[in-house]
Structures are given as structure tokens and as C-alpha cells.
Ligand binder design. Sequence first.
Ligand SMILES: Nc1ncnc2c1ncn2[C@@H]1O[C@H](COP(=O)(O)OP(=O)(O)OP(=O)(O)O)[C@@H](O)[C@H]1O
Ligand SMILES: [Mg+2]
Length: 265
Amino acid sequence: MNYRQTRHENVVLFMGACMNPPHLAIITSFCKGRTLHSVVRDPKTPLDINKTRQIAQEIIKGMGYLHAKGIVHKDLKSKNIFYENGKVVITDFGLFGISGVVQEGRRENELKLPHDWLCYLAPEIVREMAPGKGEDKLPFSKAADVYAFGTVWYELQAREWPFQSQPAEALIWQIGSGEGMKHVLQTSSLGKEVGEILSACWAFDVDERPSFTLLMEMLEKLPKLNRRLSHPGHFWKSADLNSSKMAIRFERFALGDLESSNQKI
Ligand SMILES: Nc1ncnc2c1ncn2[C@@H]1O[C@H](COP(=O)(O)OP(=O)(O)OP(=O)(O)O)[C@@H](O)[C@H]1O
Ligand SMILES: [Mg+2]
């Protein structure tokens, strides 16, 4: 494991691990503050574009560092980002394969998926998910981390996940086909500059997504607050806080099957 050599102010400090199955444990430093998931959903916390840009830049610095070390996060989401007094710390990088989310309670034709997890997953991953397929076989990549960052960027602006209260089957189709993200981009009033960053991160084509280095440049070009952006006032709606894990039964899981069965969701 190359986590031992990681040391960055925006990345949780890796302190040790026990890797003797079934005893698996990772020890990291304790993060003060709240998760970004909780911060963005707190109406008492003002988040203007200057603030969201600063938070995003800190995330990008941490992610850029991990990618430069050859580490793919695989589970970047607002619950794995801590925030306190303007400081951002990213946790749980590279652990996804160990956590066994897809494998947990696995039976034939059944996947156990956390409801809040799908909207961070790039379409190429969603399309490959299937019961019986291990996480190590899923195409996680740096570009898939950038896609997940896009969802965090969306959350910072809209203060909620892009899809609310939709059944996981619908999400799988929306995300796997790219149609859902396209719809969100077309219908959200995020402002031109904010929307361009989102659309770059959420590009369907893996090769079209920017690196974190390029994303940093894009964020630096964002106008400062004194020039008013069209801010999504109507996004301040109640957030979908349903993050409970749910088991979904699939007769046929693959996206191609959903499409060919002509299910319009
Ligand atoms: N380094 C840390 N410092 C302080 N609290 C932490 C740290 N890591 C995790 N936590 C908290 O411990 C709890 C469990 O975290 P855990 O990572 O298991 O769940 P999660 O982030 O919701 O999902 P995932 O397993 O996908 O990362 C959460 O409330 C999380 O905020
Ligand atoms: Mg976590």
C-alpha cells in the first residue's frame, strides 16, 4: 500500500493498517469539524460562490495530490470530506474495494447499494455493475474521481444531491445512459461558469473529463462574488436525506437489458 507515504494538508493522515483477513482495519487521524455532506445541507451555513470555490479548490488540491501519487480515491463523496474553519480534509481514499459495498450481503441477482452512492458513480462504472462482479473488476479511474468531484461541486451549489427520492433502478438508468446528468445540466440554473465546470466533470466520455490540474485552472477563472452570478435560489429546497442502505433485486441488471426491455424511467 502506498498510503504510508501520503502527507498533505487536504488528505487525512494514514497512520497504519491491519490487513490480516478477517481482521481489516485502517487507522487515520481524527478529523475535526463536520462532513461536507452536513455542511451543505445546513441552511444556517452561508455558502456563496467565493466559499464554494475555496472549498472546491481545497478538494482539488487534495485529489490532485492523491492522483499524482497514483492513488485513485474510488469513493469521493461529501460524506468523505471533512470541513472546519475553511479547511478541507479528504478521507477514505482507495478503500472502496475493501469496504465491500457491492459484495456485502450479496446473493444471486441482488446488489446492496447505498442510496446516496449512485450519483457519484461515473456511467462507465454503473454500466459495469452486476451481481457477482467484484469491485476490483469495476473501471475506477482518475477520470471517475473527477466525475464524483462533479457531483460534490453540484452539491456545493444546489445543497442537495442531483437526483431526489428516485428509486435506485431509475438512477442506474439515468446515470448509466448519461441522460440524467444531461437533464440536470439543462434544467439547473447554476449559472454559466459553474455549469461549465459541472458539465466538464460529468462528461459521459471518460477522455473528455478534465484532470484536477485543469479543474483548478477552471475554478481560478470563476468570477469573484462582486460580479453577481445567477445563483440557484430555488435550489434551497429540502434535501433528500435518505441515505439508508437499500437492497435492490434485479432480474436483469445490465443497462443494456434495461434499454432493450424498453423501460422508460
Ligand atoms: N477520519 C475521521 N475523523 C472523524 N470522523 C470520521 C473519520 N472517518 C469517518 N468518520 C465518521 O465516522 C462515521 C463512519 O464513517 P464511514 O467512512 O464508515 O461511513 P461513510 O463515510 O458514510 O461511508 P463510506 O464507508 O463509503 O466512507 C461517519 O459519521 C464519518 O463521518
Ligand atoms: Mg467515509
